[in-house]
Design a protein. Structure first.
Length: 186
């Protein structure tokens, strides 16, 4: 039996309100954590996807080291879970931790075969570089909390890009880039 305690927070409410009011596509972010009371074949990422993930990871791990946390390690199953969600958000024009079918990030991680006792996810949209998304996540209290949870040991980082992206969330302009970082502890 599993017990999940989700924590949602959409950050930068004033910025989001301005984005909606002005119709701009400014970057947005959200984070969530599931803790499961259970123990409980991803494809190989491309060289470009790995380079992007490693750029984000280097920034995140440097910040973790300053806080006394050990480094996160890239995990192929978590990379696949992150890439699936980033691609879905980009291609299906939505932004959230739940897919349009209602499935959550903990289910995506399980479907990839990663057995966890703790899992978390940060998402963002609109940032055009790995550096920008990493620093945005670090500058946000909720995202930083996930990043600085020392019990989380593995990660997967991905970006989905949609050249002909459509506007979402009441924006008049698209985001184009959709970022996902999944954290887990086996």
């Amino acid at each position: 039996m599993s017990h999940f305690t989700p924590m949602h927070s959409l950050l930068r409410p004033l910025a989001v309100a301005l984005v909606i009011a002005l119709g701009l596509a400014a970057p947005v972010m959200a984070n969530s954590t599931d803790v499961a009371l259970e123990e409980g074949s991803g494809a190989t990422p491309t060289k470009s996807a790995m380079a992007t993930a490693k750029t984000v990871l280097a920034i995140i791990n440097a910040a973790r080291a300053e806080e006394g946390c050990g480094p996160l390690k890239l995990n192929s199953k978590l990379m696949a879970a992150a890439q699936t969600h980033a691609t879905n958000m980009a291609e299906k024009d939505f932004f959230g931790h739940s897919n349009k079918d209602g499935s959550k990030f903990s289910g995506r991680v399980k479907r990839q075969g990663y057995k966890f006792h703790m899992v978390a996810e940060n998402i963002a949209a609109g940032q055009s570089s790995a550096e920008q998304v990493a620093y945005d996540w670090l500058g946000s209290a909720g995202h930083r909390k996930n990043i600085m949870t020392c019990k989380l040991k593995d990660t997967g980082i991905a970006v989905g890009y949609q050249a002909d992206d459509k506007p979402i969330m009441g924006n008049s302009k698209p985001f184009y880039y959709y970022w996902v970082q999944v954290f887990a502890a086996p």
